[in-house]
Design a protein. Structure first.
Length: 385
């Protein structure tokens, strides 16, 4: 029996609205990622420029000191009456010419040559660092402009979304109610699965620890050989040497500490994908905030950055930049805790939780939630092993 036309129409409208919301959110996510990327790159550039300025200052100081020593050496040449050398030096048309003339003067000592080379090296370093600093300053200006443009585009798209959804508040409320129920079921199942995975990981760690302890116990049982030499004097005045070998087996004493206690297995700080997922699931329902990186609100890369920071693993606040971290893994080899990336260019990131699902900061009005992997998936990276 076919369903009533009114129900079919309502379902069709609801699906169309879901697709519209997803499309608008993807556009917003792209603008937000452009802003995050420009901001993150700007931060890197500012740090590099600061470090470069420090090295430039040091190089200029080294150059000034070396130049002063060279000047004193020229005065010494003049005072010692080496006028031919002084004429050669003063006749140089440039510093490069001066270097060439110095190398041709056979009377120039090895020390003088080294001093000239040192001054030339410092001059080159200063020139190189000045050029690099100029490039960094230009990049800084461009990144600031990019960030401003991305921020403006984000604001425009937010307004566009609000206008596109005007008059659909009732249907949106119904969809949100249905989604809340779906998320509650997904969250319960995901938390149960994460707890089970974490339990199995602990049991496996304990098993490996017991095996390692048993191996250490066997190694502690060692066999040693003692050689004892006894020398006696014969009646004829000679000597007789007797060699005795004693083999001793040493067992662990009763006072040795137990060697079967459970220990954490050596891995990436002991962090497992199950632990990452368990921690990430604690933030289900947290609001979506553009540029957010705290429990008061996350955007997608802010969420993954925050979760992994808990395990002392640094990530930049940009999904595009996060794609450069860790190692690439195929979709068929995904494990809990892997980062998933979406769209081209990349503008969204999530954390894989298993069974084809992910947890992520999904967008405005959605917050941190669980979804099946989007069809716009482009790749994955693994940060822990």
């Amino acid at each position: 029996m076919a369903e009533p036309a009114a129900i079919t129409k309502a379902k069709s409208e609801a699906q169309a609205l879901r697709e519209l919301i997803d499309e608008l959110d993807a556009a917003l996510e792209e603008a937000n990622e452009d802003y995050n990327y420009a901001t993150a790159k700007l931060s890197e550039t500012l740090a590099a420029a600061k470090a470069n300025q420090k090295r430039l200052t040091e190089a200029e100081a080294d150059l000034a000191e070396a130049q002063e020593r060279l000047n004193r050496r020229v005065v010494e040449i003049y005072k010692s009456g080496q006028l031919g050398m002084l004429d050669t030096l003063l006749g140089a048309s440039s510093f490069s010419d001066l270097v060439n003339r110095f190398s041709l003067l056979e009377r120039l000592s090895q020390q003088d040559a080294a001093l000239i080379e040192e001054v030339d090296s410092y001059r080159q370093e200063v020139a190189t660092r000045k050029a690099e600093l100029d490039r960094q300053i230009a990049e800084e200006r461009q990144l600031k402009a990019d960030a401003a443009a991305a921020k403006e585009k984000l604001a425009e798209r937010l307004v566009a979304k609000e206008k596109a959804l005007e008059g659909k508040e009732a249907l949106i409320a119904q969809l949100e109610k249905e989604e809340a129920a779906r998320q509650a079921a997904l969250a319960a199942a995901a938390k149960k699965a994460a707890e089970e995975a974490a339990r199995k990981a602990r049991e496996e760690a304990a098993r490996k620890a017991r095996e390692e302890a048993a191996a250490r116990a066997r190694a502690a049982t060692s066999t040693t050989t003692t050689v004892k030499r006894t020398t006696t004097t014969t009646e004829a005045g000679g000597t007789d040497t007797t060699v005795r070998k004693t083999t001793t087996t040493t067992e662990p004493s009763d006072t040795d500490p137990p060697t079967t206690e459970e220990q954490s297995p050596p891995s990436d700080g002991g962090v497992t994908g199950a632990e990452v997922v368990q921690y990430a699931l604690k933030f289900l329902g947290t609001p979506y905030v553009w540029g957010g990186y705290s429990t008061s609100g996350f955007d997608c890369s802010g969420f993954t950055k925050y979760v992994y920071a808990h395990f002392d693993i640094y990530l930049p606040h940009s999904s595009r930049l996060q794609y450069g971290y860790g190692v690439a893994v195929s979709r068929s080899n995904l494990k809990q805790g892997d980062l998933l990336f979406f769209y081209t260019p990349i503008s969204h990131v999530a954390i894989y939780i298993g069974d084809g699902k992910m947890v992520h900061a999904a967008g405005t009005g959605k917050g941190v939630r669980i979804d099946y992997i989007y069809s716009s998936y482009v790749g994955a990276r693994r940060l822990i092993h």
